[in-house]
Design a protein around this ligand. Structure first.
Ligand code: FES
Ligand code: FES
Length: 80
């Protein structure tokens, strides 16, 4: 069974994404390169979530790992 995600921070990480680029959002909360995966999920049973940007844009990636609209923040961090 997978370990529970931990809260990296109780708020989103703003990131300027680039159209056509692929990102790997950290689902486990253990990465040192938030909001993206650095491989620290090893042995947690969790895996990163792939996100492909379709336009150049500023996005707010979830830092609390409790969002229902992963990988983006949905405000759920306000209830933690
Ligand atoms: Fe996780 Fe906002 S940072 S829902
Ligand atoms: Fe968190 Fe990879 S380090 S999913």
């Amino acid at each position: 069974m997978a370990d529970a995600p931990i809260i990296a921070q109780k708020g989103p990480y703003p990131v300027e994404v680039t159209a056509g680029k692929t990102y790997f959002w950290c689902t486990c909360g253990r990465s040192d390169t938030q909001p993206f995966c650095d491989g620290s999920h090893k042995e947690t049973g969790l895996a990163p979530m792939k996100y492909e940007a379709t336009e150049d844009k500023r996005l707010f990636f979830c830092g609390c790992k409790a969002t229902a609209t992963a990988p983006l923040c949905d405000g759920a961090h306000n209830t933690l």
